[in-house]
Structures are given as structure tokens and as C-alpha cells.
Design a protein around this ligand. Structure first.
Ligand code: HMG
Ligand code: MG
Length: 300
């Protein structure tokens, strides 16, 4: 039995743009958020409060978030990434009401991405979750490398479950499981979910699947069958991780909406409007939309 409703968390402005070599203007970033709202997205990860030396593309985080929040649409959440207290304080000052901490199930990826071990990262997230609770800010938690690591290869489902459980105990309202390099398939994702669900219930999990090997839609279908009802996706399939060479973007939001429409699952998103957003942002970046659904709809 599949979930009747699915929540999609849009990643385009953050995961989608963070890896762009050429700086995207702040105006374009804000307009992307506005267009996504208009297409019916209710959760839009807007930027990240990370070090601009590490990810220059997100260096305009304060301006992007302040401008987005100054005209926030009713009922829409605008989470932002915060790796540490410094990032959290900057996000709070810009008006954030939802943030996300991001850990990994692989030691090498943790080092490359946030320059510390898994255990150290969890110790850094704790004060963020405490400060967030005091400020009435919701915290989401990510686990990267849930189905494979660019440096270590296979990742044990048990290692994913451990980090997910710790983030959940810290107070993260939802744990987003990142197949950072897209090497997962329905069988390995099911094994991973099985281990995680022994520690964190399906209602508090999200799938964050990159589409490098074209398996993301299949992985979402497998996850739906196990009761997961929240998925992260990026308009036009934009993106890639700066610390995972060769990895492509999140599954395209249009592909997810097409799948869910076919399965009779409600998302509240207007597919045609979403495809127009994919075409618009792809034109801004001077490329074709990566998504099969966007290309097919646009060709009609
Ligand atoms: P570090 O160098 O170890 O940090 O970086 P530090 O605490 O030693 O500080 C060094 C300098 O950075 C200092 O400045 C700090 O003030 C500054 P300096 O004195 O040299 O001028 N600094 C900051 N500046 C702005 N905002 C901050 C901040 N913190 C310190 N928050 C750090 C550690 C975590 C900051 C760094 O490694 C970093 O920014 N990493 C971010 C990497 C990133 O953004 N990766 C992509 C997002 S994760 C992802 O895509 C995966 C996901 O999609 C799920 C999936 O697909 O698996 C979520
Ligand atoms: Mg990602």
C-alpha cells in the first residue's frame, strides 16, 4: 500500500546550484524560488550557510534568504543548510525558521565535505539543535552516502542507521537519507531503509536520491513501498555535490511528479508550471533540462 500523499522538498536553489562553476546572480536565485512557489512547491531549500571559501556559489546566502523571506508565500517552508553554530547564527539573523544539519555515514566523505569526523560533526550539530529549539526553529537532518561513498565504496546500512538515530535523538524532525553519488538501486536502498527503520520510523524519513546512474525514480518507488512519503528533488535535475566528483544532480522534480501522478498520489504541484521552471532555469544556465520528463513535455 503506497502513501496517499507525498511531500516534495525542492533542492534546486541549494543542491541544484551549489556546484555551478559560474556564479549565478542573486536575482536569478530569488526568482527561481518565486517560480517554484508558483508551481506549488511547499518546501524549498533556499541556500546554505556554509563557508564561502568552500562553496563560493552560496556566498550570497544572507541576501538570498532575506529577500526570499521578505515576500514569503503562505504555508511554504524555506530550509537552509547550517553545518555549525556560526552558520546557524547567520541563518537566524537572516530570518530562517527552518535549518538542516548534514552528516555522513562515511568517515572519508565527512572529512572531505565538512572537514571533521562523523563523531565530531555530531558534536557540532548538538549545539545547533539546542540553539534552534530555543529559537523555535525546526531542524532537519541529512545523512550522506547512504548507499555508497565516492572514497570508500560500499557503506554498511548499520552505519547509516546509527547516524540517522543520533540525529533523530538530537531533535531533527525528519532525517533525509542521501544517496549522494546515486549508486543505490531498489535492492540496496531497501536494505538500507530496513536497517534505518529499526531506529527511526518511516514517517520521519525522507529519500534524497541523486540520479547519476538513472536509478533515482526506481529508488523512490521502492521507498514508497516501504512507507517513505517525503522525497527531495531538484527542478530540471540540476546539481551535483562539490565533494563527490562525477555525481549528478538530485532526481528531477518533474520526474518525481510524473511518477506520483501516475501512481495517483497527490503532491499539489502543477507539472506544466514546473516544466516551465525547469526550462527557464536551464536557459539561465545555458543548457537543456537534464530531466526526461521536462524534455518530453517541452517537445509536445
Ligand atoms: P573548517 O575550515 O574546518 O571550519 O570548515 P573552521 O571552523 O575551522 O573555520 C575556518 C574558517 O571558516 C573561519 O574563517 C570560519 O569563520 C569560517 P577564517 O577565520 O578562516 O576567515 N566558517 C564559516 N564561514 C561561514 N559560514 C560558516 C562557517 N563556519 C566556519 N558556517 C565547514 C568547516 C563546515 C565550515 C566547511 O567544511 C564547509 O563550509 N563545508 C560545507 C561543504 C558543503 O557545503 N557541501 C555541500 C553541501 S552537503 C551536500 O550537498 C549533501 C546533501 O545534499 C545530501 C547528499 O546528497 O548526500 C545535503
Ligand atoms: Mg545532495
Amino acid at each position: 500500500q503506497l502513501p496517499r500523499k507525498v511531500r516534495i522538498v525542492e533542492m534546486g536553489p541549494r543542491d541544484g546550484l551549489q556546484n555551478e562553476k559560474r556564479l549565478v546572480s542573486t536575482d536569478t536565485k530569488v526568482e527561481l524560488v518565486r517560480r517554484l512557489e508558483a508551481a506549488g512547491l511547499k518546501a524549498i531549500e533556499t541556500t546554505s550557510f556554509v563557508s564561502p571559501k568552500w562553496v563560493p556559489q552560496m556566498g550570497d546566502n544572507t541576501e538570498v534568504l532575506s529577500r526570499v523571506l521578505a515576500a514569503a508565500a503562505p504555508g511554504v517552508a524555506y530550509p537552509v543548510l547550517t553545518p555549525n553554530l556560526k552558520g546557524f547564527e547567520a541563518a537566524l539573523a537572516a530570518g530562517a525558521t527552518e535549518v538542516a544539519v548534514f552528516g555522513a555515514a562515511s568517515e572519508s566523505f565527512s572529512r572531505k565535505n565538512i572537514n571533521c569526523s562523523i563523531a565530531e560533526s555530531l558534536e557540532r550539530f548538538r549545539p545547533v539543535t539546542e540553539a534552534a529549539r530555543a529559537a523555535g526553529v525546526r531542524v532537519r537532518g541529512y545523512v550522506s552516502c547512504v548507499a555508497g561513498c565516492p572514497y570508500e565504496g560500499e557503506v554498511a546500512p548499520q552505519a547509516v542507521a546509527e547516524v540517522a538515530a543520533t540525529l533523530s535523538e538530537m531533535g531533527c524532525y525528519e532525517i533525509s537519507l542521501g544517496d549522494t553519488i546515486g549508486t543505490g538501486n531498489p535492492a540496496s536502498i531497501a536494505r538500507m531503509l530496513d536497517a534505518v527503520m529499526r531506529r527511526v520510523p518511516a514517517e520521519r524519513l525522507a529519500g534524497h536520491y541523486h540520479d547519476t546512474y538513472g536509478m533515482a525514480v526506481a529508488n523512490i518507488h521502492a521507498s514508497l513501498q516501504m512507507g517513505v512519503a517525503v522525497f527531495d528533488a531538484s527542478v530540471g535535475g540540476l546539481g551535483g555535490c562539490p565533494y563527490a566528483a562525477g555525481a549528478s544532480g538530485n532526481v528531477a522534480t518533474e520526474d518525481v511528479v510524473w511518477l506520483l501522478n501516475g501512481l495517483g498520489i497527490d503532491t499539489g504541484i502543477d507539472l506544466d508550471a514546473l516544466v516551465d521552471v525547469a526550462a527557464w532555469i536551464s536557459a539561465q544556465l545555458e543548457r537543456e533540462p537534464a530531466s526526461r520528463v521536462a524534455r518530453a513535455v517541452l517537445a509536445k
